[in-house]
Write a protein that binds this ligand. Sequence first.
Ligand code: 5AD
Ligand code: FES
Length: 347
Amino acid sequence: MTNAQRILELKMNHALGADDLKALYTTLNAEEEQMLFDAACEARRAVYGTDVYLRGLIEFSSWCKNNCTYCGIRRGNRNCGRYRLDPDEIVECADKGHALGFRTIVLQSGEDPWYTDDIICDIVSRIRRAHPDTAITLSIGEKSRESYQRYFDAGANRYLLRHETINPEHYRMLHPEEMSRDNRIRCLYDLREIGYQVGCGIMVGSPYQTVDYIVEDLLFMKEFHPQMIGIGPFIPHKDTPFRDMERGTVEDTLHLLSIIRLLQPDVLLPATTALGTIDPRGREKGILAGANVVMPNLSPTGVRTKYMLYDGKICTGDEAAECRRCMERRVEQVGYHVVVSRGDWKG
Ligand code: 5AD
Ligand code: FES
């Protein structure tokens, strides 16, 4: 098969074998790249039109009990400024997001045991009561099935937990002994069974990643069929053991966004902050490659610089309202429209 044929196959059947995925990903020329982007945009347009969904991200704690080797807020990083928003501050932040038009609030943090299940449920149910029209997304890491169930019963609708890599050996190279790929995947299946809309995902160009691992991830995601897939380039953080590793590239990230869009036309796919960090027009390029979600930051500006997963993270100085306007402008500039709605999955 030629790459043109592979792209056509993806367009028609939303499927491609491992060997062809690998060949496509590794041998794209400029002309084929444009074909790939166009095919991805067409597939997205058929499901979501030109709508781009906004998610307001609240990073509520930079404390983390984990020590993932790539991450700037890993517990081993003594230079990380730690903060915790209390439940009142989190609810206030969500209120502010709602007033700005956000109808999805994403609550993200390191794995911070200070927030017991009771506290998380209290936060979720207060936001749920105040804003019945708003989707509440949690992104707070690996928990027991019972905990996930409690958050769901309190009113959470969606959960983001990137699997990072489906390959167990690769997983081991990115995480300390006490973490396992199997528990990560167990979490994803529990979340799905409970009734959450689930997001998984990977970093592009993470240390020791091979093209074969990427293909394994693509096939896993195709099979798992999550509602959301978060992918962004790996960017080294100066206070982690991976400080001297190479970052992922814009090109690889864009190609993967397109391939994922074609494999799963109905997926909710963010143009991530990490992509905007390695290229000033990264998020716009992401949308033109098939992404249909952006996640401006709603965290109080005073704490933003402390939630540094990687070096150089953008939008650390801007008020929530500015970020919203800025994203709106960027999205409109490339011919798409920010919509104020929950932006539910259309599968
Ligand atoms: N570069 C890029 N992305 C990172 N993440 C964590 N550390 C980094 C980094 N150095 C991503 C992980 C995690 C998500 C919240 O942020 O994929 O799941
Ligand atoms: Fe935050 Fe542009 S999205 S300043």
